[in-house]
Design a binder for this molecule. Structure first.
Ligand SMILES: [Zn+2]
Length: 421
């Protein structure tokens, strides 16, 4: 499809989306009314920038189904993701939405050069069931053989790869890095693996890591991007040229904004990715702020595709980090601590990667006046906090309790020690 055709299709679909949202979603009707405009006042793709953004907070306020554009009886699938304080965001898919999602997942695989002759092993933790299912549908539609493998025990996963002659692994970077750690220790025999490609999803990883992993296992690693709120996967994907990720523009309209001012930035400048869905029936989103930082690449890709590209995700605009595929925000930790009551709200999150595995620890000060002489009492409080935190977030954590003032006057809220480049 030529650029002009893509733009024309986007414009037609945008008008339908705006009208549907205006007529069927209370939140969007109110948004239009507050601006004193109606959908027909948006006369071009560029005009979209006069509309306010949809934020993650908007998706967690009020009734869980308030953002749905169809009655619940027309929804056939619900997925849940997390808001900033860990509140649930419920995302609904109609049968048509599932078809589009499947198609986009299939496109993701095709772009990565995966075909029907491939044996695809899909491994995600249960908390990422939407991604696991999305990839499974796409792979089956493609006609490949799929091994859904949910056990995150790495040694067993490697055995499955050997036994079933897996040619493509789709997983989290943190899982794959553990496979590579095993390879480093000589616990993976290259001759017994048929693995050619690895598609990574759900967490950022660094180019230096990719180079190292590819060298270790003689595979080609492709980065993919999606969000449970939109399509997990199916927003963007690298092609074999790996010069950025192509965006599936027939279904999505993207903008890059300055996260501080909200101003739309010109192509090439780095900012926050904002997405408007163009074909979603159940859960349409207008100018959704993803919190992910990237930029648009204007140069045409050497693969020949006309689809616009974005750089691989460079980071987040908010205080959130991904640990084993689970997003955790500073606000959620703060909310946890204020409910827990036995600790102060002065804390610091530390993430590191040891032997390929991510680990999260929280340094937190005891409240002023706390008894810091009883080692047993402190030990008891920290294990209670660890247990409750795990219950709430699903992430194993180590709490290190400090005496009041122990963090000093100025300290960073998050320290991410995982290597970068
Ligand atoms: Zn390309």
């Amino acid at each position: 499809m030529e650029r002009e055709e893509i733009k024309k299709l986007q414009w037609e679909r945008l008008q339908v989306t705006l009208n549907r949202a205006f007529l069927r979603v209370g939140h969007y009707r109110k948004m239009f009314e507050e601006q004193g405009i109606e959908p027909q006042d948006i006369r071009s793709l560029e005009d979209l920038s006069i509309l306010p953004f949809t934020t993650r907070e908007d998706l967690t306020v009020g009734d869980p189904y308030q953002m749905f554009a169809v009655p619940l009886r027309d929804i056939v699938r619900l997925h849940v993701t997390k808001g900033r304080k860990g509140e649930p965001i419920v995302v609904g898919f109609t049968p048509h939405d599932l078809d589009i999602w499947t198609e986009l997942s299939q496109n993701t695989l095709c772009m990565a050069g995966i075909g029907r002759e491939d044996v695809i092993q899909i491994t995600f933790p249960f908390s990422m069931s939407s991604a696991a299912l999305g990839f499974q549908y796409g792979a089956e539609k493609l006609g490949a053989a799929v091994i859904p493998y949910w056990d995150t025990e790495v040694s067993r996963g490697i055995e499955v790869m050997e036994e079933y002659r897996t040619t493509c692994l789709i997983t989290l970077p943190s899982y794959f890095s553990q496979v590579c750690e095993k390879a480093k220790k000589g616990e993976v025999k290259l001759s017994s693996l048929c693995l050619k490609k690895v598609l990574l999803y759900g967490e950022p990883f660094y180019t230096s890591e990719r180079d190292e992993w590819e060298g270790l296992l003689e595979v080609k690693i492709i980065d993919t991007y999606g969000l449970t709120e939109i399509f997990p996967p199916g927003i963007a994907c690298e092609c074999l040229a790996r010069e950025g990720m192509h965006v599936f523009e027939e279904h999505l309209l993207i903008e890059i904004i300055d996260p501080a001012t909200g101003k739309v930035l010109p192509s090439g400048e780095t900012g926050e990715l904002v997405i408007t869905t163009l074909t979603k029936e159940g859960f349409p989103l207008i100018r959704y702020r993803t919190g992910d930082i990237t930029s648009i690449i204007t140069k045409k890709c050497s693969c020949g595709s006309e689809l616009i590209r974005i750089e691989r995700i460079k980071g987040r605009t908010d205080n959130t980090i991904l640990v084993e595929g689970i997003r955790i925000s500073a606000e959620e930790v703060e909310d946890f601590l204020s409910n827990f009551k036995k600790l102060s709200l002065r804390y610091q999150l530390i993430v590191e990667r040891k032997e390929g595995k991510d680990s999260l620890s929280v340094k937190v000060e005891l409240p002023p006046g706390a008894d810091i002489t009883s080692f047993r009492a402190i030990e008891k409080t920290s294990s209670e906090a660890e247990e409750k935190f795990m219950e709430r977030t699903g992430i194993p954590v180590k709490f290190h309790l400090l005496e009041p003032g122990g963090l000093g006057e100025k300290y960073p809220l998050i320290i991410d020690k995982r290597k970068r480049s």
